[in-house]
Structures are given as C-alpha cells and as structure tokens.
Design a protein around this ligand. Structure first.
Ligand code: PLP
Length: 389
C-alpha cells in the first residue's frame, strides 16, 4: 500500500465523471421502472436463457442501481458490488448466503447493535453459532477461527471505536480457510480499503457517509465477482432487499462529494476530540484519530466517536442545552448529532447494551457534521458548563 497511490486523488477521479450518460448529461437519469419489455419472442427467450444480460425486472437488475454498484466497487478496489435496501439488508443477505445450520461465525465484539441482534435471533434459530472475540487480540482470534465459516469484522467498532489490524486479521482467517467480511461504514473507502488489506467482502450502511445527506437508507456489499455473484444468485433475489433506483441515484449524487466530505469531517472531528480530551469534565475520548499513529490500514478518521464524562455532569441538561447538535441516531450526514449512552441503556430491546456494545451511562456518542468547527466547539463547551453541578 501507499507506494505513490493516493486513495483521495484516486477516489476523487472515480466519483467526478460518468462514462456515457444519455444526452451527455452530467447527471445520470433515474431509470425509475419496475419492468423492462422485450422487442419480440426471440428477444425474450434469449434473455431467459441467459444469452443476453439485460434488465428484465428491477428486483434483479436496474441500470441506475448498477451504476451506483459500479462506482462503489471501483472506490473499494473490488471487482463487483451489489446494492441493498438498507445496511442491515446487506449484512443479513451476505451472512445468510454463506452460512448454514451447524456453521459457526467468529465476530469481533462491540458490533453494530442490529448486526449483533441478527446473530442472536434469526441466526441462532438457524443453529448458526457466533463466537465473539476481542479483535485487538490476534491470538484470541487465531484460537477462535479454526472450523469457522465466516469471520465478521468491524474496525473501528461501533460505540467504543476499537481498531484492529485488519490486514493481520484477514491473513489469519485466510490461513484457516475462513471467509472474511468487514463493515466499513465508519471509515468509508476514502480512509480504509479492506479489499487491498486482504478482506473478501466489504459491507456499507450507505445510509451513512456514502449517502452523506441523511435522505437515504441503503446498503451495499463489494467483493470478487464470484462472491458477489453468489449473493446476487441466492439471498438477494429471494430475500428481495433490493435498492430502489431513486435511492441509487441519491447515492451516486452523494458519492460525488464523498472524498471532500470525509476530509472535512476528519479535520473538524480531530480538533473537537482533542479539545474534549483536554477538558476537565471528560474522562476518556474514544476516537482512533487521537492515537499517535493511526491503526494499520486506516489512512484517516471520520466524524463519529464517543467520549465518557467524569461524574458530576447532568446528561439531560447537557443534551438539552446543545443548539447545533441535535439528538438523533444514525450519522454520516451533513449535520452534527448526539446520542447519550443512558438513553441507549434505557432501551428495552437491549438489556445487555453495556456489556455487548461497551456503552456506559456517562458515555456520549457524537457525530461531527459539516458545520463550522468553532461553532460546534462553542456549542459543546457551553452545554458542559450548563450541565456541571
Ligand atoms: C447504521 C449502521 C448499519 C445498519 O445500516 P442501515 O442502513 O441502518 O440498515 C450497519 N453498520 C453500521 C456500522 C452502522 O452504523
């Protein structure tokens, strides 16, 4: 990696231009149709025989969706990609394509909560077992992998942002013949390219940075032609979690500015995380961008992180005093958001959040949006003062 290759420059070129839009339009059309008709019987039967690759029905193939998939595959340095109706649809369809009853998955701990719940409900019912490991402990990972079907990774992890040596973990999995998949939503292909690090499949919640405007829920998986073909041939058509043409069009629009947005998120977030770390009211900041050296394989850091207050802060007052930061889940858009850990711990669906996801009552998750850094910092500082008793 990195011998003259600049992922930012490369990505900026990929997202800037389309090859051949109708009418030489700069922006591609939305092919908003459910079905495609045939000129005659021979045309139809040739398509059904597979002699022609052409769209028949939008659940199978749609040109606007295909355009997004191609752009994302190029950004991830993958041979192919497949879009989904949500990140969870991408996760469940990928996992269900490659496991069967009696199989075992190894997953890093502190996963995205709904992925964890998928493993604990549907997969459990299918008799698929999951072993959780600390992804920072390569010996523990190596002990867990023999006999597993799939190694499910996330780096950094969702709330406490534990980072892993993705290339090292992928190599260990490969030596045991275990297929690897990583949720790369946090870093985006601008800051981490898992295919180049040896990972087999890369998943995104495209609802986050790929969309970037908080107006789409979507997902995507990138990988080799053979692996994507298996997903496309099995879980995708029958579970039916297809990406809509309009959402794909919004994602193409979002990708145009992905490289530059990621740089802006990084710059603001590093500044704010540093100031929080130096603040007397703050115990710890969980942000990979504060380390002296970034985790191997990571070339930058995005806008989502968490921190833990010391005792003596009224979390309700802190949250309500904020003016620019809005209370809200999700992240990756233009706007700054806050989720208090206490609120997540109060959710009835997940009595084990503290242990499973590393969330504490004094922790706060922030997404740093594209507003001015100084305005965001003033907002946080004022709210901390108001919330200190
Ligand atoms: C949001 C999120 C998902 C789920 O994506 P949806 O598009 O909401 O289904 C998966 N992984 C991570 C890390 C996420 O933050």
């Amino acid at each position: 990696m990195n011998n003259g290759f600049d992922p930012f420059e490369e990505a900026s070129l990929i997202v800037a231009h389309d090859d051949s839009n109708a009418y030489d339009a700069v922006v591609p059309p939305i092919v908003q149709t459910s079905l495609f008709t045939f000129t005659d019987y021979d045309d139809m039967i040739a398509s059904y025989r597979g002699e022609k690759v052409r769209p028949i029905y939008t659940r199978g193939l749609n040109p606007t969706v295909r355009m997004f998939e191609d752009m994302l595959a190029r950004l991830e340095g993958a041979e192919d990609a497949i879009g989904f109706a949500s990140g969870m649809s991408a996760i469940s369809s990928t996992v269900l394509t490659f496991v069967e009853p009696g199989d075992r998955i190894v997953a890093v701990r502190h996963l995205y909560p709904d992925a964890y719940r998928l493993f604990g409900t549907l997969l459990k019912r299918m008799r698929v077992e999951v072993t959780y490991v600390d992804g920072r402990d390569e010996e523990e990972v190596a002990r867990a992998l023999p006999g597993a079907k799939l190694f499910y990774m996330e780096s950094p992890t969702s709330w406490v942002m534990e980072t892993h040596d993705v290339a090292a973990l992928a190599a260990i999995a490969k030596s045991h013949g275990v297929l690897t998949v990583i949720d790369n939503s946090w870093a985006s292909p601008i800051f981490q390219q898992p295919i180049a690090l040896g990972v087999d499949m890369v998943i995104h919640s495209a609802s986050k940075y790929l969309g970037g405007h908080s107006d789409v829920v979507a997902g995507v998986v990138a990988g080799s032609k053979a692996l994507i073909a298996r997903i496309r041939g099995e879980a995708y058509p029958y579970l039916g979690g297809k990406l809509s043409p309009f959402d794909a069009w919004l994602l193409i629009r979002g990708l145009r500015t992905l490289p530059i947005r990621m740089k802006a998120h990084e710059q603001s977030t590093v500044a704010i995380a540093r100031r929080l770390q130096a603040h007397a009211a703050v115990e710890t900041v969980c942000y990979p961008g504060l380390a002296n050296q970034l985790a191997p394989g990571l070339s930058g850091t995005s806008g989502l992180f968490s921190f833990i207050f010391r005792e003596g802060i009224n979390i309700r007052t802190f949250a309500d005093q904020l003016e620019i930061f809005k209370l809200g889940v999700s992240w990756g858009g233009h706007e700054s958001l806050i989720v208090p850990g206490e609120v997540v711990l109060a959710q009835k669906a997940q009595p084990n959040s503290a242990q499973a996801f590393g969330i504490s009552a004094l922790s706060i998750r922030l997404h740093i949006g594209l507003e001015g850094t100084e305005a965001l910092w003033s907002d946080l500082e004022a709210a901390i003062i108001a919330a200190t008793d």
